[in-house]
Write a protein that binds this ligand. Sequence first.
Ligand code: BG6
Length: 491
Amino acid sequence: MSSQIIPVEPFDYVVFGGSGDLAERKLLPALYHRQIEGQFTEPTRIIGASRSALSNEEYRKFADAALKEHLKKGEYDDAEVKKFLARLFYVPVDARSDAGWDQLKKILDEGKDRVRAFYLAVAPGIFGDISQKIHDHKLITKQTRIVVEKPIGRDLASALQLNDTIGKVFKEEQIFRIDHYLGKETVQNLMALRFANALYEPLWNANHIDHVQITVAESVGLEGRAGYYDTAGALRDMVQNHILQLLCLTAMEIPSSMDSEAVRDEKLKVLRALKPINASNVEQATVRGQYRAGASSGGPVKGYLDELEGGVSNTETFVAIKAEIGNWRWAGVPFYIRTGKRLAGRMSEIVITFKPIPHNIFDQAAGRTVANQLIIRLQPDEGVKQSLMIKDPGPGGMRLRNVSLDMSFASAFNVRNPDAYERLLMDVIRSNQTLFMRRDEVEAAWDWVDPILKGWEEAGQQVQGYTAGTWGPSQAIALIERDGRTWHDDI
Ligand code: BG6
């Protein structure tokens, strides 16, 4: 089955931080894939910009090496790569001086009528400087958008400041705050599942759902990002953005349309309805962990503090939270969320556990009935599983068995699973903000996260050690087991 590709208008994508890690690992390979899929209309250019003094040729070499390194086997096609490299240009610019900006303007003026997107794949500390330079050098046309990567602040106050800085130069409808989790196939499928089927919606509430679990488990450690990570921790790095976005899509009311404002209005209501966790309840509702030496990804690995080279740190590499949403739909339904580095495997999923049947008519020999679960698997093996009780086939009387209706998307449709960035990069060109965070959403998320951070500080809550390669500290298991429930730990 082939998917339908709708070409986008010609564009110039200017990637600040164009020779950096994100461009290398994600942006350039994603744009290459969109070219192969036939989504570009000519003339379309990608312009790398950063402080490094590279020529066009040197940038093309960098991009070629990035594609060789990061494309999967069989995806590197000589003719396509040649075409791709020919659309790449590079301008050395300095965010804090005027160096290079005239040259960037000259290049962009060649395509005045094209869609123009500025992607800030740089440290947030220079978002403001770059926005101002873009403005001062008159690079903003009617068709201009700006894309910003997380972290958008480290608390509410800094997020407000950052949003103000960018907002001085760009209108909200030009600002695309990227959360790459929203570009993941299964995350979009969650919306299809909920809003394109009549089956689930009548059950999607506190009358029928016992609880929800959201797990984003990683087996990797710091991956050379100790400098950033140690100042952030798992709550800021994963929960404030990715996990709260997953929670919103799971819990939101049905928007009146897929219009970006309609969808984001509903997500915002969820964020605002989250019950506060602060100094008064932070110890019961949250667990912080930090990995110690152990085994992960098939070999021995160092502990977090050893990765910091003997440093001392109370930064959490794992967090588990019992969250609650104060509204009619979800009253009394806990949302258990957890995420961590160096866990037992790479696995992200949302598990909806329905309430048990109200009355069992089967005798003991039939065996136990298990509550139905809907498992939405983001990675790996994207897909949806619905567990159901059935009669064990064949003779032997009525014996019950818990089976899974399994829809593994990649194998069911035999299509390549696009990387989250592919969809999002093209949505920027199409000017579709549905899968991007609006300013008030980011701020509402911080508004919920800030008191947790403050509560930890006030309570002096220390991280609990866990062995790398496990499911986190035992306190996280206790957090859910206290309520008579267990984590869904199938990898
Ligand atoms: C990033 C975090 O936003 O998401 C990283 O900063 C994390 O720490 C990454 O590893 C996880 O993304 P994915 O797509 O690999 O699940």
